[in-house]
Design a protein around this ligand. Sequence first.
Ligand code: 4GP
Length: 812
Amino acid sequence: MKEFNKTKFKYNVENYLKILFRKSIEEASEQQIFQAVSYSIKEYIVDLWIETHKEYESRDVKFVYYLSMEFLMGRVLGNMIINLKADETVREVLEELGLNLNSIEEEEADPALGNGGLGRLAACFLDSLSTLGYPAYGCGIRYKYGMFEQKIENGFQIEVPDNWLKYGNPFEMKREEYAQEVKFGGYVRMERDGEGRDKFIQENYQSVIAIPYDIPIVGYGNHIVNTLRIWDAKEANTFNLDSFDKGDYLKAVEEKNLANTICEVLYPNDNHYAGKELRLKQQYFFVSATIQRAVSKYMENHKDIRKIHEKVCFQLNDTHPTVTVAELMRILLDDYNLSWEEAWEITNKTCAYTNHTIMTEALEKWPIDLFSKLLPRIYQIVDEINRRFLLVVESRYPGDKLKIKNMAILYGGEVRMANLAIIGSFSVNGVAKIHTEILKERELKDFYEMYSEKFNNKTNGITQRRFLLHGNPLLAEWISKKIGDEWITNLPAIKKIADYAEDMTAQKEFMDIKYKNKIRLADYIYKHNGIEVDPNSIFDVQVKRLHEYKRQLLNILHIMHLYNQLKKYPDMDFYPRTFILGGKASAGYKIAKAIIKLINSVADVINKDESINGKIKVVFIENYRVSNAELIFPAADVSEQISTASKEASGTGNMKFMLNGALTVGTMDGANVEIFEEVGEENMFLFGLSSKEVMEYELHGGYDPKEIYDSDAEIQLVLDQLINGCYFPDHGLFNDIYKSLLGIHKNEKADPYFILKDFHSYELAQRKIGKAYRDTGAWAKSAIINVAKSGKFSSDRTIEEYAAEIWKLKKI
Ligand code: 4GP
């Protein structure tokens, strides 16, 4: 195997500067240097990429295709260098050239082709797949504009387009040779072929050509390179005179428009379904291209399409790529002339589905009208799947209308994608134990009853390579010095660090590293927010998408309460706190945006109030994304995981904090439950209703927050401050928040996320934190134990489970 060559790399950096920009190092801009360094790294990677694929071919391996509308990759360069184990060499060479790797890394755009959890999980999975040596493709869309950039102006969120491709992406490779045609609209004509079989022919459709761009995904220290394949669109008919002659002028224009809009932008919705026609076009576009290419690739080396499931598995990342089921059926029926029964059996052995949320607003349901017009042949197939499925339901539960209502794919004028995904897949998984149980017992109960064998759990994980080795080099080095570096590819080995939990020198070293990381973040905050924060204070952090169920509101209401207390009792016993929050709100999510404004308004007042001697500081991190996340996790003392129990499917931020030695304050929700199982009561701060209690209340129409408001003066004060101009002169601004808590809005449940109900229990947990932090030794011990117990939460473990239990993949 070719080793990374220092001399060649050095030569390449200068050579690429010359070839790409006609510049020398002295003349080049930082961005040009970033490009040249990236091309030099890519040159090395391409050889490994070729070799990996030769090996795959010679062993005739099975591939998983991970289909996802989102890949929230974060910056690539630094991570690639680390995975190549070339960090030292690269730094050396760059220093010889008078360059610094860290500032070069800062030049890279932060590829944000994703919203939050589900997209970042996909990125962690790709890292693990390559590191473990599993043959895989990530398949998605090459959005021209990724997740918007968030600007905070006057405390309000402003969305700015993210032009991540402005300077070009040095790591991608356009693969024209694998372009695919994708058809929309028109109608389906039926005819009999020579053998008396029905043929279905789509006519008068609009086409787009899907062009794949491949990005290499480098495994850690194993020379294996898989592919992230993202599809771009171009028009099918070049706009030529021919079209005028044939009277196809309008069609040519329409196709051009379609091609131009389809990959334009990522929908900025997290845990929420937007229901826009363009979104359905995006889904079918990348699914059809992916499936067509996967089938062709398989047929290049195999004869029997009936055995495709032996070499191919399609993993559907949530319901977004669910048209896969029908598209594969279409290809098998129409292109390969299989019978319905054969095609269905193969499809069912090839597709698997992951559910990432139980939020009802995330359920994808397309109006039949729209769906059938846009995808006429696909709709026919869905209709037939539905018809046959309902026959089975009817024979099993004769006359049971409720079953049909719950389980039909087509119902009430809508196509229900989750039902299609479950019926068409051999595996249905949730993403944390409690989430899978809720799916089985409640959300998907009927399906579980019918297909219990399909259901399984795969608790999420994160890659320790990005979130510890790359993001927290000081802690990574400290751990490796103490226990060796096996943890990099086998996270459970990190448990040995627990031997140092009670060692006072180790505790001090650990806290020193935390302190340095806090200074690093404090500098970032000063630079970006102009706020001075004290690294000796407790850094209490909640960073994630803004969502009511994630309860950033509980956090800020509690901060308002603390501030009231400090004003009232200036001498009260209180350990200084820096509350750090960050996250984007969907552009159309009004109340989430009001919460951002509230956080910033409260921050303004508190940070400027000299009477509290800086005991509380509040910081809102603008434009939270993967690159600043890598600075934030290492600096956190406290990890806020405070969603309403039962609502957060898993969470993965919770795992990143734990890995970096933060203690969790959290509810028994998502993967918090499993973190609790690992670290135990003494190393975590639990509070709030259980998911059973929440679901019980929900069953009975909620609870009455007004009672709490009326009987609790402290809560009343905080709520009144929302609307009395205490934090912002515009009284109306936080009205919606106030009403959402007390239920003054017509037809809306009061406090549907149980914020007031959990308030005191949260406050109590927070008080315990303040007390616990005073005992530095005990705190350090708990933090080290959190690190030591994070082994379960590596995405390597998750991927091993998917590979063994769902995909049946073999490593190379
Ligand atoms: C997220 C869930 O909200 C989060 O709990 C989970 O950890 C993550 O998926 C990965 O499984 N869901 C989404 C979404 O991002 O858009 O539904």
